[in-house]
Ligand binder design. Structure first.
Ligand code: FES
Length: 149
């Protein structure tokens, strides 16, 4: 159990209003909000762990699993969405057998959707780690994944 969780929690009062800021702080400190951390937060705020997951599920920003070795971000901003971004995301979710915010059991990939990667003229766009891939198709993406171990 990371020790600085206690110092993060001590900055907040024990009210439900503090849940989102606490989750933001914890995620920025640890990279994701592991189950032990959720347990700690639940005890501190005196709410159930399910309540925490329920509230957090409204916010795409929170991760509850460790990131994978490669992070895939699928753009679902307007330009990418109308040019097939959602199809790419569906294909990834089916192929990797995870949903957004999750990591494959082998730790190879994690998957997220983002609002706009700032290169709409190249849509649909997928980012893997620091690389941006433009005008993606299901076929191109399938081939591309093989490059990443
Ligand atoms: S909408 Fe996808 S890059 Fe802007």
């Amino acid at each position: 159990m990371p020790e600085n969780i206690d110092s993060i929690l001590s900055q907040y009062s024990r009210t439900l209003d503090e849940l989102i800021p606490i989750l933001q702080d914890v995620q920025s400190e640890f990279g994701y909000i592991g189950s032990e951390l959720v347990k700690k937060i639940s005890r501190y705020l005196r709410i159930s762990e399910n309540q925490i997951y329920g509230v957090a599920s409204f916010y795409a920003q929170f991760r509850f699993t460790a990131p994978g070795r490669n992070s895939i971000r699928v753009c679902l901003g307007t330009a990418c969405h109308v040019r097939g971004g959602a199809t790419l995301l569906e294909m990834l979710e089916r192929g990797l057998e995870i949903t957004c915010g999750e990591t494959t059991p082998d730790g190879r990939f994690d998957l997220e959707r983002v609002a706009c990667l700032g290169c709409c003229a190249l849509s649909p766009v997928v980012q893997i780690n620091k690389n941006i891939y433009s005008r993606m198709t299901v076929t191109k993406l399938t081939e591309l994944l093989k490059v990443y171990e």
